[in-house]
Design a binder for this molecule. Structure first.
Ligand code: ADP
Ligand code: MG
Length: 766
């Protein structure tokens, strides 16, 4: 059944070529016990390795059941080894980190039996070699004879046709040797056993045929075999393959024997994961806090629609500010230049003029009133206020200086956000309220505008309560001059303050931003009734000067020619043709704000860019900007911690390489059992994947554990922030996956090195 024809094998040792086998021709019977005798170095082991397909012959042919092996691929040899051959080595070659039972099972593993079948068959074999009581021991807990029995049981596992034994009793005492040989003799009854030995007596006692080898040649054959009687059969072996699950089990048991190293490696691998995990947790927690802030505290911050809006996206893209120079124009500095060049600066692209037309205001009236507390429309109408200073002098009040603006029209909303400190709540258009900040402070500029000294430590409420101001209507500020046809401004303050249409405004209350106010909705200063502006506008619209100005192409006060835009401006400031300067909408809550912005967006939907009305969501700008900053910082931090990920991956690669070196013997054994190269790399890939998994899981666990002290610390240091670090769930899975992926990649090179090891050389390693 097995024919060796003129087999030659040479080894190259530097320039020198050592002939190990020199034209060996040998035929074997289907069942016989052949002993190969010969002095050391005569080529016995080489011959056995050729027959077992562990090594390749240089010339000649080995025919199995009449089929040549010359065209055998690696894969064919792997199958052949797994199904047709069982090896028994002098030094047993057991895998030390798994049990006796598992050692026997490994050969079966490669042939794809079910776990139950494997266990059953392995137990039977161990019973046959007399080791039933030792199946769960590790190999190093057995004697030499017992270990060799395990090796024999393993060799028999796949019920091979050929058993190859290389000096199986070489390391065993003579008493035990006889037992082992009797066992082999028993096996040889229905198998071909080829045993290498240098013990003449043993060979002649037990073997049915003795072949003498000398210098790589057959010196004598006690019972040569004539091939003709052999019936030709067919070669067909099942595919051998190790399931990934099996590779994982093997790696796991190996890692278990090296707990400390595995722990250290996994720890090293986990450092980067901890870093990235913490950064992700912090970024996630912070963004959540900011969202919470936006939803609660900032939600009632008003949405602001300004006549002159800024497109924040354009500002961000351009860096802000109008261009200093016009594109394409060159400016020359000539000392003798005596000309002046008019030029028009192009409009600042980020500037957007919102057309707050009556059409738009009507659209706003359509907004569900339940969505907002308040909608304030502020007009760009000049208010002329006069008052008597404490010194007794009458003078005009700088409305800009005291932040003269409408208060909130809804009293409930006002008192949700403001406490009344003194006086009473304003009621009616002629009553004013003075708003101070949370610490009862008032800007010195405002104090000065009232004609008071800011050097004084504190003022009593009575310095302000009851104070009155005269609001002068447009027509009352001018006198028509028949001669010139112009309107002359009245400059005499006493006359102005006594005009019949004046409205006398009185400060009746002092209010302060309340402690649980969501925001300082009104700035500090003097606040008037929202309807007051309308009264001024009504007067202006019916004024003589207003009508005159509308009809004229000159400034009716100065008589200077004016263009349309200046005229329009004049009419706006006077209130004759008022245009809203700003609209403020105070949403009731975050959801309402969404609904309002959706409504505002809907207006712009089918409009040209220029006709759109842009609004400002100050709260969103703040939170978006902060989120952007957090994201940016997170990326940088993640990049830094990724460096440690890479470093630990390289380290894991190195450690895997060390493991490859250590497990060289195991690689040889697996190969002798029929494992493919791919199976070997699988074992190591499984090992690095396992380490990566441990590293990932422990890294995420440590990062998660660290979020608690970090949160406790931040809670102490910062008000208003509950949980700064929150590990996002997707990150948990992503980080473990990344860890497994990185370590597996790191282990690819060492695992390839392992797979490429020469099985014969690997088996020789101790
Ligand atoms: P035996 O098993 O009979 O002691 P071997 O088959 O191991 O002898 O070796 C036969 C000859 O081939 C020896 O001279 C040995 O040095 C040489 N040899 C065997 N394997 C190798 C190898 N991998 N590289 C170089 N020389 C080798
Ligand atoms: Mg040898």
């Amino acid at each position: 059944m097995l024919e060796l024809r003129d087999i030659t094998k040479k080894y190259a040792i530097g320039a020198f070529r050592q002939t190990a086998l020199d034209g060996v021709t040998l035929n074997f019977r289907r069942h016989e016990f052949v002993a190969i005798l010969g002095p050391s170095g005569s080529g016995k082991t080489t011959l056995l390795n050729m027959i077992g397909g562990l090594d390749r012959y240089d010339a000649g042919d080995i025919r199995i059941d009449g089929k040549s092996t010359r065209d055998f691929k690696d894969r064919d040899w792997d199958r052949y080894r797994n199904h047709a051959v069982g090896f028994v080595f002098q030094n047993y070659n057991l895998i030390s980190h798994v049990s006796v039972l598992a050692n026997v099972e490994i050969g079966l593993t490669l042939s794809g039996m079910s776990p139950n079948e494997k266990r059953q068959r392995s137990l039977e074999l161990l019973e046959r070699v007399g080791l039933s009581d030792h199946v769960h021991k590790k190999p190093n807990q057995l004697s030499g004879g017992q270990m060799q029995r395990v090796a024999i049981a393993r060799a028999l596992a796949n019920d091979p046709d050929i058993i190859l034994a290389d000096e199986p009793t070489g390391a065993i005492d003579s008493e035990t040797s006889h037992q082992i040989l009797r066992l082999i003799q028993e096996i040889a009854k229905d198998k071909l056993v080829i045993m290498v030995t240098h013990d003449d007596a043993m060979a002649s006692t037990y073997a049915s045929r003795v072949v003498d080898l000398k210098d790589g040649r057959i010196a004598h054959d006690s019972d040569p075999y004539d091939l003709q009687e052999e019936r030709r059969g067919r070669l067909s072996y099942k595919r051998t393959a190790m399931a990934f699950w099996q590779a994982l089990k093997l790696s796991f048991s190996n890692l278990r024997t090296k707990k400390f190293r595995t722990a250290i490696t996994a720890f090293a691998g986990s450092i980067g994961i901890v870093g990235v995990g913490l950064v992700l947790s912090l970024a996630n927690g912070l963004n959540r806090e900011i969202d919470r802030l936006e939803q609660t505290t900032l939600s009632t911050f008003p949405l602001q629609i300004d006549r002159l809006a800024f497109n924040i996206d354009v500002i961000r893209a351009q860096g802000g500010g109008p261009p200093r120079r016009l594109e394409g124009e060159t400016y020359e500095r000539r000392p003798d230049n005596e000309e002046i060049y008019p030029y028009a600066l192009p409009p600042f692209e980020a500037e957007h003029l919102n057309d707050l037309s009556s059409e738009y205001l009507t659209y706003l009236q359509g907004l569900d009133q339940g969505l907002y507390h308040e909608m304030t429309i502020r007009y760009a109408v000049d208010m002329h206020l006069y008052h008597t200073l404490p010194s007794g002098v009458d003078t005009r009040l700088s409305t800009g200086g005291v932040n003269f603006a409408p208060t909130l029209s809804d009293p409930d909303f006002f008192f949700d956000n403001y406490d009344l400190l003194g006086g009473r709540a304003p009621d009616g258009i002629d009553e004013l309220v003075l708003v101070v900040d949370a610490y009862n402070r008032l800007d010195s500029a405002i104090i000065n505008a009232f004609g008071l000294s800011a050097e004084v430590d504190a003022y009593g409420f009575d310095a302000f309560l009851g104070k009155t101001f005269e609001l002068i209507m447009l027509d009352d500020r001018f006198l028509y001059d028949d001669d010139s046809g112009r309107f002359v401004p009245i400059t005499d303050v006493d006359t102005l303050m006594q005009q019949p249409d004046n409205i006398t405004l009185t400060i009746v209350g002092i209010a302060r931003s309340s402690e649980d106010a969501v925001a300082d909705l009104l700035s500090t200063g003097l606040k008037h009734h929202p309807e007051l502006t309308n009264t001024v506008i009504e007067h202006a619209k019916q004024s003589e000067i207003g009508a005159a100005q509308q009809a004229a192409s000159v400034d009716v006060v100065s008589g200077i020619p004016i263009d349309d835009s200046i005229k329009r401006n004049q009419l706006q400031r006077w209130g004759v043709d008022p245009v809203p300067r700003q609209i403020l909408i105070y949403p009731v809550d975050f959801e309402a704000k969404r609904a309002i912005t959706d409504y505002l967006d809907a207006y712009n939907e089918d409009k040209e860019d220029a006709d759109r009305v842009l609004y400002t969501d100050l709260a969103a700008i703040v939170t978006n900007l902060t989120s952007d900053v957090i994201d940016g910082v997170s990326y940088v931090l993640i990049a830094f911690s990724s460096i440690s990920l890479v470093v630990s991956s390289v380290m894991i690669g190195i450690i895997t390489y060390v493991s490859v070196l250590e497990r060289t013997k195991e690689i040889g054994i697996l190969r002798s059992l029929g494992a493919r190269k791919r199976d070997i790399s699988r074992v190591f890939n499984a090992e690095t994947a396992l380490i990566g998994f441990f590293a990932g899981v422990s890294g995420v666990a440590v990062a998660y554990a660290l979020t608690f002290p970090i949160n406790a610390l931040i809670d102490r240091l910062v008000d208003d922030i509950n949980r700064m670090a929150v590990m996002p769930l997707p990150a948990v899975f992503a980080l473990v996956a990344i860890s497994v992926l990185l370590t597996t990649i790191a282990g690819l090179i060492p695992s390839r090195i392992a797979a490429r090891k020469d099985p014969v050389a690997a088996l020789r390693v101790d």
